[in-house]
Design a protein around this ligand. Sequence first.
Ligand code: PAF
Length: 280
Amino acid sequence: MQRLTRIADLRQWLAHARSQGKTIALVPTMGALHTGHMALVENARRHCDLVVMSVFVNPRQFGPNEDFDAYPRDLDADCALAQAHGVDAVFAPSTEEMYPHAAGPLIIAGRQANMLCGASRPGHFDGVLQVVCKLFNLVQPDRAFFGQKDAQQVAIIQTFVRDYNLPLEICVIPVVREDDGLAKSSRNVYLNAEERAHAPAIHAALQLCRERLQAGFGPDAALHAARAHIAGIPDSRIDYLELLAWPDLLALGDDESSCIALAAVYVGRTRLIDNITFQR
Ligand code: PAF
């Protein structure tokens, strides 16, 4: 597996791969790799000849009071895991390599970015689009792989790719779950034993929401049931719990058939997100 830190070296490696007619998959990450990332890699390997994984903790998607400095970084461990799962090249640039100019042109993510996770993280999705756009330009992948767990991020990236006619396919991989339904996340390790035991109730609440909607209840009644279920988690607080049209993230109309139920819930001090998509 190649370990690349310079854009020039990445380009050279890609030029060689393309000269051999290989198709390229991109798996963008911020490192701290876990089994959810490996599901992206496994899918990427199935669909393309070569897999490039980026490992870059992108400062532009962190707010001033967020945990950029504390974000876990262990490039050696990430590379070992990536290699064991068949990644062909890891691209792990420095901040200076990615952003040589302090204030470059900005990309504004727009309506879909100002709600849900974006409501408490202003500018976060602008920063995500900036780095993703750069990575798409640098790697020029045939396909890029993202996890459905970050549903809002997926919707925003899909809109961007569609609106700007970017020549790649966005592949979305379903949420990877523990046996009890808890969505896998690097944050799950922050949960103590009691919090961990109660955390699957978030997924159960989303399922309850779906069941109620499919049984003919209105969105408010479905959300009410889900809220009551989450209230059973000790020391929990709902940041948001929403039922929306998927993938537009617009309010659910009477005739909308493709839906998403999404939640962000603090369990103790740990903020967990989850979602399910379904047909009404
Ligand atoms: O989902 C993530 O890990 C990040 O937002 C991404 C897409 C790698 C951009 O930094």
